[in-house]
Each structure stands twice: as structure tokens, then as C-alpha cells.
Design a protein around this ligand. Structure first.
Ligand code: ADE
Length: 228
């Protein structure tokens, strides 16, 4: 899978995409992540990519030209399955959305900034408008990073134990059961006996009961989703 991220702040993302799981995914040839500096595409001699909004509103708006040119440049090279715009007024990102993006071949993520982007870009070029939550960030870079991380780790072969992505919280609208490691007794804080019993079926049953109990207590909305 290939992800092209368009941003005015590439330095916010370069460290992130070169680290940990994302670095490993790229080394293994399972993901390619490219970061494009929007300023490289502006025809403005001062490298500006924004301007005042029509109508006398406050703030600055990202202009059509650099965004259109950057996306056209990418589209001339390959077909894109999705052109995503990160924005607080988009559809809320969740695990099913991460799953469906992870099945795509080529995706563009355009990071929003300032007051927003010229609405004509959203109308004519963007296929998905996505928010990572009901709060306003300074820019879309952190949203793009969150989405990229959630998407890439789902690509088969990226995680060393594929099972671990499948048993994530949310994958089946259940929170994950608690996990423990050695020692079994730390300062008198004991690991549940069942996990030390070696009884596989009973452990599985414990895991499901814990998942259900934690979901009921912490995220009852997810259980309602499960029964839809
Ligand atoms: N840009 C600013 N806030 C955002 C949010 N919550 N999600 C996605 N992009 C954003």
C-alpha cells in the first residue's frame, strides 16, 4: 500500500513515518509513505499557499492552485482509491474505516490547516473527509499520523504476530481483556490464577468474560453497536 501525505509542515511527519512499525512496514516493502511539501507546488513567488477568505471572515484559507497541482501530479502517476482530507467536520475515524483504507492500494491524505481549504477542493477532489475526534487541532498533521498508524498496522505481515491486530480492542466492538507478564506476583499484586492454570478453554472463556465486562463498564455504546 502507498500513502501520499500532503502537508505544509513536512517536518511534523518525517520523524514519525521513519520510526517503529511504520519504518518496519516500509523496510519490508509492505507500505510506502511519501510526504509532499505543499509549498513545493505553489506558483506564488513567496511560496504562499494561503490567502484571505472572500466575505471578510477571519483567518486564512488554503488556496486551490497548490493543492490541485500537487494532487494532479500524483494522479498522473497512478490511480488513487481515496483522497482523504483531515478536518474536524469530517466523518469520525474508527476501526472499520481503518480496516477499509488498509485494503486500498493508493491513498492520498491532505492535511488541512488555517481556517480550512478552499471549499472547491473539497467538492471536486476530495473523496473522504475524516476527523479523528470532536476537538480542534492546529492542523491535520497529527490526524494524518494517527490514521496512517492505524491503517498501516493492519496490512498483513506488518505486525509480527498477525493475530495481535485481529484481537485489538474495537476489532469486534469489544475492548481487549487485560494482559499480564512476569512476575506472577509483583509486590503482592497477583496475576489472575486462571492465566497460570494452563487450561486453554477456561482461559479463552475468562478472556471473553473480561472483554464483555470491561466493554459493558467502560464503553456500553460499543455493545449496542454489536447488536445492531
Ligand atoms: N484538523 C483539525 N482538527 C482535526 C480533527 N479533530 N480531526 C482531523 N483533522 C483535524
Amino acid at each position: 500500500m502507498r500513502i501520499d501525505i500532503i502537508t505544509v509542515l513536512p517536518e511534523m511527519l518525517t520523524g514519525f513515518v521513519g520510526t517503529s512499525i511504520l519504518a518496519r512496514a516500509q523496510k519490508k516493502g509492505l507500505a510506502e509513505i511519501h510526504i509532499h511539501n505543499l509549498r513545493d507546488y505553489t506558483t506564488d513567488k513567496h511560496r504562499r499557499v494561503d490567502d484571505y477568505p472572500f466575505g471578510g471572515f477571519a483567518g486564512m484559507v488554503m488556496q486551490c492552485q497548490p493543492i490541485d497541482d500537487c494532487i494532479s501530479h500524483l494522479k498522473a502517476e497512478r490511480h488513487y482509491d481515496a483522497i482523504i482530507f483531515t478536518t474536524p467536520d469530517g466523518r469520525q475515524f474508527d476501526q472499520p474505516m481503518a480496516n477499509s483504507f488498509s485494503l486500498m492500494q493508493n491513498v492520498i491524505i491532505l492535511c488541512g490547516h488555517y481556517k480550512g481549504i478552499d471549499y472547491r477542493i473539497r467538492e471536486h477532489l476530495i473523496t473522504h473527509e475524516v476527523s479523528i475526534g470532536d476537538y480542534v487541532l492546529t492542523g491535520g498533521e497529527l490526524a494524518a499520523a494517527v490514521m496512517t498508524d492505524a491503517i498501516v498496522r493492519l496490512i498483513p505481515g506488518v505486525l509480527s504476530d498477525e493475530q495481535s491486530a485481529l484481537s485489538d480492542s474495537f476489532q469486534d466492538n469489544l475492548l481487549a481483556a487485560p494482559v499480564y507478564t512476569r512476575p506472577a506476583d509483583y509486590k503482592g499484586w497477583r496475576v489472575p490464577d486462571i492465566l497460570l492454570s494452563g487450561h486453554e478453554a477456561k482461559i479463552k472463556e475468562w478472556e471473553l468474560t473480561q472483554s464483555l465486562e470491561r466493554t459493558r463498564r467502560l464503553r456500553p455504546d460499543l455493545l449496542a453497536e454489536r447488536h445492531k
